[in-house]
Write a protein that binds this ligand. Structure first.
Ligand code: PMV
Length: 369
């Protein structure tokens, strides 16, 4: 796929100032992406549920640039405050997109962004943030050039652009569930963008909750970027990539059949494998905390006692995601409140669930803060 388009330039005097707003959710990987190469290409395929509540709301304001200059002219406001570090990162990202969107250099951009989840919750916002921005950019292309009227092509390009910002963000542009990475068993699957797989998901999984137990809100000691990098020298890397590609196919089959038991087993093994890869990197590191293990053990006991299909997964951090179908929601909520909040920082958790994907919003609505 080559999206380079030298012809996408504007006549500055003809650009009317405008704005575009998208709200895009986070996602939770069921089979994890861990290890990359080249221009943000994955070493293995991954599959995720798209979340509902945890989302980023981004408004992209644009107008013709007053004076021609090098690079992209952009300012980024996070929850209403100008953020020099986010601005610098976003500028760098947008400048990487110049071969695809040369018109970005001809505009003056102001980005207002806010997350629905608490600022200090220790929840990664790169998937929701990068997908929201990518969707705004493709909408901007459509607004300026009318080249993006086909919805599938629109979302595919947004997924591609989101991937260049953060790999996992490529999956957030689709509701319910998404597959990113080429696997021979799935036609059109690609390392360059994610595919929607909502129509292959059994109804039981469409009702799934994801309650995120906030074990620690402290910023992680090793970033995802560094973690991916360490996979290059991990002695288990080759076996892991092959395993993950097989597991994606198995997981898709489980999701199609509505098999909640095998879902849970694979989900949990994926979480522990991700952290085992961190522990077997050089230098080795741990991101789980003692309370992560306490939650896992307590959950295993609850499952033995009740037989309820509630299972855990982990991201690249200590927080525990509990995934379960709606049929057991009230029992699981009671269990969380009575037995698990004790292990959470400030007794906090976020109740989320599988969601329908990003939404374009009218610009004049007040941003969620
Ligand atoms: O998208 P990144 O570079 O932040 O990497 C995310 C990696 C995991 O969250 C650990 C797994 C995944 O597939 O989302």
């Amino acid at each position: 796929m080559n999206y380079d388009s030298p012809s996408l330039t504007v006549v500055s005097t003809e650009v009317e100032p405008g704005a575009i707003r998208w709200r895009s959710p986070s996602n939770i990987a069921l089979v994890k992406y861990w290890g990359k190469h080249g221009d943000q290409l994955p070493r293995n395929a991954s599959v995720s549920f798209t979340l509902d509540g945890a989302a980023t709301d981004t408004t992209l304001h644009y107008s013709a640039r007053k004076a021609a200059g090098e690079g992209v002219e952009v300012e980024l406001y996070f929850h209403g405050t100008m953020k020099p570090d986010f601005t610098a990162r976003t500028k760098k990202y947008l400048e990487r997109l110049l071969p695809i969107y040369p018109f970005l250099q001809q505009l003056s951009l102001r980005i207002e962004t806010s997350n629905s989840f608490p600022h200090s919750a220790g929840i990664a916002s790169s998937a929701s943030g990068m997908s929201a921005l990518a969707l705004c950019l493709v909408s901007l292309e459509e607004q300026l050039f009318g080249t993006m009227t086909d919805r599938d092509a629109f979302l595919r390009k947004a997924s591609y652009l989101a991937r260049l910002g953060s790999g996992s963000a490529s999956r957030s542009v689709y509701g319910t569930a998404a597959l990113w990475g080429a696997v021979s068993e799935v036609e059109f699957s690609s390392d360059e963008y994610a595919l929607p797989v909502a129509d292959r998901i059994h109804p039981v999984f469409q009702t799934y909750h994801d309650d995120i137990l906030l074990i620690s809100k402290t910023e992680k000691s090793v970033s995802s970027r560094a973690g991916h990098g360490l996979m290059d020298l991990n002695p288990y890397a080759g076996a892991r990539y092959a395993q993950a590609n097989r597991r994606v196919v198995t997981m898709l089959d489980i999701l199609r059949r509505g098999d909640t038991e095998n879902f849970g087993e694979l989900l949990e093994s994926e979480a522990l494998t991700l952290h085992a890869l961190m522990m077997s990197s050089h230098p080795y590191y741990t991101l789980i905390e003692p309370n992560t293990l306490h939650v896992i053990r307590t959950l295993q006991q609850f499952r033995r006692e009740t037989g309820h299909p509630v299972h855990f997964t982990l991201d690249a951090g200590p927080n525990v995601h509990l995934l379960y179908p709606d049929t057991v929601a009230s029992e699981v909520r009671n269990f969380i409140r009575e037995h698990l909040l004790y292990f959470c920082e400030d007794k906090m958790y976020l109740a989320d669930r599988v969601g329908k994907g990003p939404q374009q919003l009218p610009v004049n609505e007040t941003s969620s803060d």
